[in-house]
Design a protein around this ligand. Structure first.
Ligand code: HPA
Ligand code: ZN
Length: 335
């Protein structure tokens, strides 16, 4: 019998919660800073890694937005995406739904097209060279106002046919989903899929708002839903997919120990959970590492691993025919 590590790496899977700016490795940060003549407050890779000790989401976000400041050109975004896709492909990812934060870049003076054109070209190359398909999800920064989100949606209009959807990320507490009701409604009217981070640090009420006010098609994190049995019932009954990020939760102190991570409890409750990496360069591991460490800490069975893999495709925004093809590949792999 193959080891669980080999079994996990080979298992066909999708990644549904990945911020591409969060895949910026310290080595790459120095490379882009050199290329673009951007000054960094760090002298060595070790110094950068030493700064990655976070006590909460905001600690991380401060350093994550600072790191993104080295990304200046379309080739930077292309190369960032391809570096991520190579790691994802090696981890057994067959499909990725990738977030990006355009406001982080337009607020630094980059034209809207730079990040999105670079990422779309990386995505096309990943499909051609690695056989990994992908969709791009534009996230609005929730610490900014809804007017700024509307301006971003307007700038994205020429790209709507190439966007997988819109999402909501950044500082959660104090910025409830309802703050973005109007812009999500506008995105929905334009046929875009909707996702939102909710219940990572924010209360169950924020998850209710993501469902009832925004009308999300998928929920990012959702951990704190478990505090509200009526909410769990609602999520189970609607078959809502949760994009759970175990190593992120550990690094951002959402859980103190992976052994106490709620992923197994979510599966036992009948929630459609998936395992994802969030910001792998900052949180200590890419997709397979999240699976391996979580499977070990929670003693997940092969049956549970297969359920997680299937959830990653049924919770994706692929077509029913594409999903069926991936599910068949999982069955063939297990057999
Ligand atoms: N939560 C909220 N916003 C984010 C995250 C996260 O985990 N990663 C990047 N932006
Ligand atoms: Zn996230």
């Amino acid at each position: 019998m193959t080891s669980d590590i080999d079994f996990i790496r080979g298992l066909p899977k999708a990644e549904l919660h990945l911020h591409i700016e969060g895949s910026l490795e310290p080595e790459q940060m120095f490379e882009f800073a050199r290329r673009n003549r951007v000054a960094l407050p760090f002298k060595t890779v070790e110094e950068v890694r030493a700064a990655y000790a976070f006590s909460n989401l905001q600690d991380f976000l401060d350093i994550y937005y600072q790191g993104a400041g080295v990304l200046m050109t379309e080739p930077d975004f292309h190369d960032l995406a391809m570096a991520y896709f190579r790691r994802a492909a090696a981890d057994g990812a067959r499909h990725v739904e990738m977030f990006f934060d355009p406001q982080t870049h337009t607020d630094r003076g980059l034209p809207f097209s730079v990040a999105i054109d670079g990422l779309l070209s990386g995505m096309a190359e990943a499909k051609a060279e690695l056989g990994v398909s992908s969709k791009l999800i534009l996230c609005f920064l929730r610490h900014l106002d809804e007017e700024a989100a509307f301006a971003t949606l307007k700038a994205a209009e020429p790209y709507f046919s190439r966007l997988g959807g819109v999402g909501l990320d950044s500082s959660e507490v104090g910025h409830p989903p309802s703050k973005f009701a109007g812009v999500f409604k506008a995105a929905h009217r334009r046929g875009l899929k909707l996702v939102a981070h909710a219940g990572e640090e924010g209360p169950p009420e924020y998850v209710w708002e993501a469902l009832d006010v925004l009308g999300v098609d998928r929920l990012d994190h959702g951990n704190r839903s478990l505090e509200d049995p009526a909410l769990v019932e609602r999520l189970v009954a609607s078959g809502m997919t949760l994009t759970v990020c175990p190593l992120s939760n550990l690094k951002l102190c959402v859980v103190d120990d992976l052994k106490a991570h709620p992923l197994k409890r979510m599966l036992d409750l009948g929630l459609k959970a998936t395992v994802n990496s969030d910001d792998p360069a900052y949180f200590g591991g890419y997709l397979a590492q999240n699976w391996i460490e979580t499977a070990d800490a929670l003693r997940l069975t092969r049956e549970e691993l297969v359920t997680l893999a299937k959830n990653s495709f049924t919770g994706s925004f692929l077509s029913p025919a594409e999903i069926a093809t991936h599910l068949a590949a999982i069955d063939a792999y297990v057999a």
